[in-house]
Design a protein around this ligand. Structure first.
Ligand SMILES: [Zn+2]
Length: 142
């Protein structure tokens, strides 16, 4: 039975590693809500938040321990004006209010694109990631 053999191999490997220690740092973000830039869209001012600010901390922690895993805990693609516009584009094929992309329409979901540039290993889907429907969530995953 291949599954049982695989389990035994993993179990054996875990035993063999008990003599050594490895410190793994788990880095996590949550509730980014599409805030990429350190900017408060409602006040029109710089703000100490967003994925760009987190990237600075993530970079420093990875330098401190290269054995790091970076995950996001959800509520990622909903909540900021840039996400509102982009999700409406994904839903309908056009931006709301007659707005136009400055060039070709963005093919990648903007927050996910930034997360890929930073090098996230995994993303957990949050409840607000379903706000625009499965079509939009599938698009973000692609
Ligand atoms: Zn949230």
């Amino acid at each position: 039975m291949p599954t049982a053999r695989l389990f035994c191999a993993l179990f054996t490997a875990a035993f063999a590693l008990t003599a050594e220690q490895l410190t793994v740092t788990v880095l996590a973000t949550t509730d980014l809500h599409g805030h990429i830039f350190p900017f408060d869209y409602y006040t029109g001012r710089q703000a100490p938040r967003g994925l760009a600010k987190a990237a600075t901390v993530i970079r420093a922690e990875r330098e401190r321990n290269p054995n790091s895993v970076l995950i996001d805990c959800g509520d990622t693609i909903q909540g900021s004006p840039i996400e509102y516009l982009y999700q409406r584009f994904v839903s309908s094929g056009r931006l709301p209010l007659g707005l136009q992309f400055p060039g070709e329409p963005w093919r990648e979901e903007p927050t996910i694109r930034a997360m890929n540039a930073i090098g996230y290993e995994a993303l957990v889907v949050g409840n607000h990631d379903f706000n625009y429907g499965l079509k939009n969530l599938d698009h973000a995953r692609s």
